[in-house]
Design a protein around this ligand. Structure first.
Ligand SMILES: Nc1ncnc2c1ncn2[C@@H]1O[C@H](COP(=O)(O)OP(=O)(O)OP(=O)(O)O)[C@@H](O)[C@H]1O
Length: 248
């Protein structure tokens, strides 16, 4: 369970988060949407402790994250970064097993490799990909490798940052379906940031829309189309007409 209460964060006079409240129950898939610059990445970075909020409380399973042991806390998270963020000089399997080869999750090398190959298989990649370099793979394959890395240590909580950016619609659909399947089978709590409405519909149990520093609307994905909220409606229909300024 992740709970954010009255989270504030400014950079100079740019007040990005202005009282964000958000609750993600255990095992649920929450998708956060909102225009560019509304603070979606800042929100995730606050949860991970990469950015310190100015005020507000972040709890994971009822514990205030500022009181948690850092290593043990981070070991519970998996993250699929925007653009994959693979290490070019490391073979695919070492990218997948990155966190299993060092730090508190460290395993013997042969075991880490075995886990990497199993996770690669889970995302639809065969073992002969393991010793290739990321640059030798297509964008869709790299995204799968990033996904395999995110789940390598069986995290309880997974963040997906723009998981389909740069992929063609068919590959995006494949990645969306994989994310949904994996989150369900792992029983993980997931938070996804995306602009891709197809992703929202494929991945979300619940949706939260950030606007003007707050959660403008949140609710089950099934209620999104009939929310009656003009901001959400404009966003999901991609319309230039509506309360959200199209020029930013
Ligand atoms: N470390 C930082 N220092 C100063 N300003 C920052 C920092 N990180 C983010 N910001 C600002 O916070 C605002 C929100 O940024 P953020 O990256 O969270 O937006 P976003 O909603 O994820 O946007 P996008 O959809 O375009 O990725 C922006 O105005 C950005 O310039």
């Amino acid at each position: 369970m992740i709970r954010l209460t009255d989270l504030h964060k400014s950079f100079g006079n740019n007040a990005v988060l202005r009282g964000v409240d958000l609750h993600v129950p255990k095992g649920e898939s929450m998708v956060v949407i909102g225009g560019s610059g509304t603070g979606k990445s800042v929100l995730i970075k606050c949860i991970l402790g990469l950015i310190t909020p100015d005020s507000g409380v972040i709890e994971v399973d009822g514990q205030d994250v500022t009181e948690a042991d850092r290593d043990a806390f981070l070991a519970r998270f998996g993250m699929l970064f925007q653009g994959g963020a693979l290490f070019d000089s490391l073979p695919v399997w070492q990218n997948v097993a990155f966190r299993l080869l060092r730090g508190s999750l460290k395993r013997p090398k042969s075991e880490a490799r075995e886990i990497a190959i199993e996770k690669l298989r889970r995302v639809g990649l065969s073992s002969d990909v393991a010793d290739r370099l990321p640059a030798e793979l297509s964008g869709g394959m790299q995204k799968r490798v990033g996904l395999a890395r995110a789940i390598a240590a069986n995290p309880e909580i997974i963040f997906f940052d723009e998981p389909t950016t740069g992929l063609d619609p068919i590959m995006a659909g494949v990645i969306n379906d994989l994310i949904r399947e994996i989150v369900t089978e792992m029983g993980a709590t997931a938070i996804t940031i995306t602009h891709d409405m197809a992703s929202v519909r494929a991945i979300a149990d619940d949706v939260a829309m950030l606007h003007a520093g707050k959660v403008r609307w949140s609710g089950p994905v099934s209620k999104m189309d009939d929310s009656g909220d003009p901001y959400l409606h404009q966003f999901i229909t991609g319309s230039a007409e509506g309360p959200i300024e199209a020029i930013r």
